[in-house]
Unconditional design. Structure first.
Lengths: 741, 245, 76, 76
């Protein structure tokens, strides 16, 4: 073993607390070697151990009749979609690497989540991305940095996804002060598989050989997992070499090779090397298999010369897998790796003693009980601050702004404006399944080989979460479900990415806890399991913590292609209805933020019973073929929703909201939840009204789709008018003009 | 001249799979949706294309497109066979990365440089059919406007002045980028291609490279069927040859 | 044997990346930027190869003669 | 003033393009290719600038110090 002395400084440098180190001593019954210290350090980092969040995560509903692999059991959860087919999907963050090197940070984030999916035996079919940056307007240094991060992240996602040939079909991007210096990059991947193809990450079968396949190990992202669990400070600049470079081409070969391999009967277990690389994959496979694994670092294919066992063990080089091969089948395995031109080596074997044992030739450098290493990390229930819900916004303090001025401003706010600049850089059509392209509420993807139609969306309004984390999380789930309903889909599962600040700060820990509870409540309400997810803590810059951002990604199915619905008005003369009731709150709205510079008040309320009834009513009229378009009201409220529905087909609308005693700005821009704008052929109006009345949800006729040049909205004596072509130009042009084309 | 298995009503099409190809199965599915085609994936290490009536080089990132798009793929073993069948008159269609490979291999003139806007672009856009006197555009008419998407970072077609003159003189420019009403304008040019060129054929007219992806618009559920006309033209061209031989 | 190959866009070819970089340089305060051209620099270490072989590689693989020129320097 | 900036991936950083190109060179018959690294070569012509300014540009704009090293040569 390396004879480096284990000093308190060294222990602290490895991010282990004195308490944790005591636990290490008691597990080993001796002092750890330097390599073992490194192994404990990464395995017990927040990223791998979830030591600060695991007790909270247990609150999620994770079971259900369609759940084939539960959250936490394997690399990703698996959900039955019928006829012997299933989907595996998951979201993962790469926030800190992206802050340091946006292009590679984002690219390797995409690569990592794709590996999680094909490790399950699933063929990846599409991606989504959820992004947060600081404001990109203006000439200040921070704005320039934010633009550079935004451009780099998008280019990195595009590079990896486009090259490997997976469409990025949906996502979200928000810009807010709280993300300056700490952007969020969450990537989602979904794969498809037959039930019998589910692969396990367990080291089964004592004596089975352990293969390493994929890129050679270099000194990439050394101790990156530990890195991801620390606050971003000036010091993290010193961590700069901790950047991994992704090679999507290698990953494409690895993906094809692994799927070809899994189709044979040669594999006893398979595990990707993600954060904590070789360490994590050997330890976890042994722990899951209830076995031990012994490997020799000298046998590992290496890129750099003279790497120490410590470096090889902790390297986070990308595009690598660990495969436990059924003894006797080695030849077939080698043949497949050779066909795909991938480096590989037999580096060890499965043992029966429950130990993770690492050799450096004849010398044993790590000898740790695998299960204890994987499971015995001390868990912390941090202190949660007490929380007083915010007071309702006092409307008297909000000066009225003329809607004719306000709507264009809202449409040009980068968080609301069209994200075409982003998704045009992503190949969103490869694999020829994207039936609803990015730009509408939820993306819709037809999985040809399974003859199934999937829909997916990702949402989180972090302003709401900042003001009231529980309510914000509930709304994030509801909005996802609503976006799916608008596309004609029924939700089947959720994956979440919990992005928060330092959990040692009680207010941050409260946010985490309240968000988990809110998500759980939402998932129970919609009857969908959480199939897995990711926790990213310590998202702080010197200016403070990010707004809590519990990103929700939801997947749904659509029974019949005829039910696929988009948000765009289809033809002049169609009648426009609003399902749901408009309230009078402006708290947490983008109108308040973008036009008044205020982030305050109570966010809108979330009534799950009402929300569910509305989704059910919408789906039933969609299935009866009555709905031409459906678009939910989110940021920017009713006026933004109507304008967005006009755009794609260059139509306009004439709307009359009747007389009310509400302020026009409140009426047009408030963000009451549970509202959907639909359009209907005139000939179907009475049938639709009858159907909606039967379902008992509130609805009203608002106007009609026109082929005119102007969007017209009347409320009582007031009438507002906008040239739709101008609005469209503002909406489409906002981000390109900030990003220089 | 062309070797086609007679007696079979199928036209056998080879879709070359390079390491890094990623539109191979998309092409296969699009072709399979047309009657009379049997589309097979052929691994790049194969050396023969005997028995195939047509060859498709699909889109993707062959060898990661690392050095230059298509620059490494052109040395794959299968490319010798592609060259041989192209010289014997077999139809060869290169889509996106396939077009880049055909240029790198010298089977088509010119080259595809980085988009002048420097960004990857994936979007639906319009193409004007400039010439229907080819086995790839015969079912279309001159001036017809097609809606076929692009998805590339390096589709900026360039050739020297003399080559460009030849291409025009010999009617080798089969499609150009245009707007919805068929105007070939600078605004309709997504990548800086010379003269809005989106696709060209060889002097012998049996090799066609185009940047847009016809295989992505062969199903009404996926935003249109304009891509089918290219494949349909190929089927008819092969059928005619069969009748002759 | 060590060699460095520099591959540059031919003078007549528009280089949009170079132009964009030139603008960015002016934006950062550099005055009178006349031209920026971006090409590739390729460092090769090979056990044995003769110069002729390397020129072939440069011509056939490393550069695209339609739009690029190359320069081969043998260092050792 | 003329300058050439060479930007190369740092030695420890993976260079996928170089690896793929190295394989292709072997395929073309070159024996014992030990390493191929691909970077950028940037030719700059600017009316006036001092060396310090150029170094700043190299550091902030032309290279990404996280993964790349640069070399600045002033030609005239
Ligand atoms: N980063 C992104 N990647 C891909 N698609 C995106 C991205 N950001 C936004 N989109 C797409 O743009 C559309 C509008 O997004 P958003 O404003 O977040 O919608 P909503 O308010 O309905 O959730 C959606 O179709 C979404 O998928
Ligand atoms: Mg929506």
């Amino acid at each position: 073993m390396s004879n480096r002395a284990i000093t308190p400084e060294l222990i602290a440098k490895h991010g282990l607390s004195p308490e944790e180190y005591d636990k290490v001593l008691s597990i080993l019954g001796r002092e750890p070697s330097f390599e073992e210290l490194g192994v404990f350090s990464v395995m017990w980092s927040e990223h791998c151990s979830y030591k600060n969040s695991r007790p909270e995560l247990r609150k999620f509903p994770t079971t259900g009749p369609s759940v084939l692999v539960k959250a936490g059991e394997e690399n990703a959860g698996v959900i039955d979609i019928g006829d012997g087919w299933a989907v595996a999907f998951k979201i993962e963050s790469h926030n800190h690497p992206s802050a340091v090197e946006p292009f590679q940070g984002a690219a390797t984030g995409v690569g990592g989540i794709i590996r999680d999916i094909f490790t399950m035996g699933a063929r990846p079919v599409f991606l989504m991305d959820s992004l947060r940056f600081g404001p990109i307007e203006g000439d200040g240094e921070q704005a320039k940095t934010n633009r550079r991060l935004f451009a780099g992240v998008v280019a990195g996602i595009a590079h990896y996804g486009n090259c490997i040939g997976l469409p990025t079909i949906a996502g979200e991007v928000y810009f807010d002060e709280s993300y300056s210096g700490n952007p969020l990059v969450n990537a989602f991947c979904l794969g498809i598989l037959r039930h019998e193809q589910i692969a396990r990450g367990a080291a089964e079968g004592v004596g089975n050989p352990v293969f390493y396949v994929g890129a050679e190990t270099g000194r990439d992202g050394l101790a990156g997992a530990a890195f991801a669990s620390r606050e971003l400070t000036e010091e993290s600049k010193a961590d700069r070499p901790a950047v991994q470079v992704g090679d999507p081409f290698r990953e494409k070969l690895l993906l094809e090779a692994c799927l070809e391999l899994l189709a044979t009967d040669c594999v006893a277990g398979i595990q990707d090397m993600g954060a904590a690389g070789l360490t994590c994959s050997t330890c976890e496979t042994a722990s899951r298999g209830g076995t031990g694994v012994e490997i020799d670092v000298q046998l590992v294919p290496q890129r750099a010369k003279g790497q120490t066992p410590y470096e090889v063990l902790l390297s986070e080089s990308q595009e690598r897998m660990l495969v436990i091969v059924k003894k006797g089948q080695e030849a077939t395995v080698k043949q497949i790796f050779e066909k795909w031109n991938l480096p590989y080596a037999e580096i060890g074997k499965v043992t029966d003693d429950g130990m993770m044992r690492v050799r450096n030739g004849n010398e044993i450098v790590v000898n740790v009980p695998a299960r204890a290493l994987a499971d015995d990390c001390p868990l912390y229930s941090r202190e949660a601050a007490s929380f007083t819900p915010p007071a309702q916004l006092d409307l008297a303090t909000v000066p009225q702004i003329d809607p004719e001025t306000a709507l264009p401003k809202l449409l040009s706010h980068p968080s609301i404006a069209s994200k075409r600049w982003v998704w045009r850089q992503y190949d969103h059509m490869v694999r020829t399944g994207t039936a609803v392209l990015p730009g509408s509420d939820a993306a819709v993807f037809i999985v040809r080989e399974a003859n199934k139609i999937l829909a997916a969306a990702t949402d989180c309004n972090a302003i709401y979460c900042k003001l009231d984390p529980g309510v914000g999380a509930r709304i994030a789930v509801a909005e996802c479900a609503r976006n799916l309903a608008c596309s004609g889909a029924v939700p089947i599962g959720v994956t979440d990415n919990l992005n928060f600040g330092n959990p040692h700060k009680p207010e941050n820990f409260y946010q985490l806890r309240a968000a988990v509870e809110g998500i759980s409540e939402g998932c129970r309400a919609f009857g969908v399991p959480v199939t897995g997810g990711n926790v990213s803590l310590y998202n702080e810059s010197p200016a403070g913590a990010i707004d809590p951002t519990p990103t929700i990604s939801m997947v749904g199915t659509i029974a019949d292609a005829a039910h696929i619905t988009t948000q765009y008005f289809k033809q002049a003369g169609d009648q426009i209805f609003l399902i749901g009731e408009t309230g009078s709150e402006l708290g947490g709205s983008h109108y308040l933020l973008a036009l008044h510079g205020r982030k305050e008040g109570a966010p809108p309320t979330m009534d799950f019973a009402q929300e569910k009834a509305i989704h059910a009513a919408l789906l039933s009229v969609i299935r009866k073929g009555l709905v031409q378009s459906a678009h939910d009201c989110s940021e920017g409220g009713l006026a933004v929703t109507i304008a967005e529905s006009c755009f794609f087909n260059s139509l306009a609308a004439s709307i009359d909201l009747g007389s009310t005693n509400q302020r026009p700005d409140v009426l047009l821009f408030n963000e009451t939840q549970g509202r959907i704008v639909i359009s209907v052929k005139s000939s179907n109006v009475s049938t639709l009204e009858a159907e909606l009345s039967k379902s008992g949800v509130p609805f009203r006729k608002m106007g009609e789709v026109t082929a005119k040049a102007d969007l017209l909205i009347k409320t009582g004596a007031n009438a507002y008018r906008w040239r739709i072509a101008d609005l469209n130009e503002i909406f489409e042009g906002a981000i390109p003009s900030l990003m220089g084309g | 001249m062309v070797q086609v298995t007679t007696g079979s009503s199928f036209m056998k099409v080879a879709i070359i799979q390079f390491p890094g190809s990623n539109c191979d199965t998309d092409c296969q599915a699009a072709l399979a949706s047309l009657p009379g085609i049997q589309a097979e994936i052929v691994w790049h290490k194969e050396t023969s294309l005997a028995g195939y009536a047509a060859v498709v080089l699909p889109g993707g990132f062959s060898y990661g497109d690392y050095l230059r798009c298509g620059s490494i793929a052109r040395f794959s073993p299968i490319m010798r066979a592609v060259r041989a069948v192209a010289e014997s008159g077999v139809l060869v269609l290169g889509i996106c990365n396939g077009f880049q490979i055909l240029c790198e291999a010298g089977l088509l003139p010119g080259t595809l440089m980085r988009n002048n806007g420097l960004l990857f672009r994936c979007e639906h856009l319009h193409l004007r059919v400039e010439n229907n006197d080819s086995p790839f555009t015969s079912v279309l008419h001159q001036g017809q406007v097609l809606d076929i998407p692009i998805a590339h970072g390096e589709g900026n077609y360039f050739a020297d002045a003399e080559t460009l003159k030849q291409l025009n003189m010999n009617n080798q420019i089969l499609v150009r980028y245009c707007d919805a009403s068929g105007n070939v304008s600078p605004e309709a040019n997504p990548n800086g291609s010379l003269e809005n060129i989106a696709g060209i054929c060889s002097h012998g007219r049996n090799v066609f490279g185009l940047m847009p992806h016809p295989e992505r618009v062969c199903d009404p559920l996926l935003g249109g069927t304009d891509g089918r006309s290219i494949f349909q033209s190929m089927i008819e061209a092969v059928a005619k040859l069969n009748v002759k031989s | 044997m060590k060699a460095v190959v520099t591959v540059m866009p031919k003078p007549a070819i528009l280089d949009p990346a170079g132009v964009a970089t030139g603008h960015a340089m002016e934006h950062l305060g550099l005055k009178g930027v006349r031209s920026v051209r971006i090409g590739k620099s390729i460092e090769i270490e090979v056990d044995d190869a003769d110069e002729k072989q390397l020129h072939e590689i440069c011509h056939d693989l490393l550069s695209n003669p339609v739009v690029e020129d190359y320069k081969l320097e043998i260092l050792s």
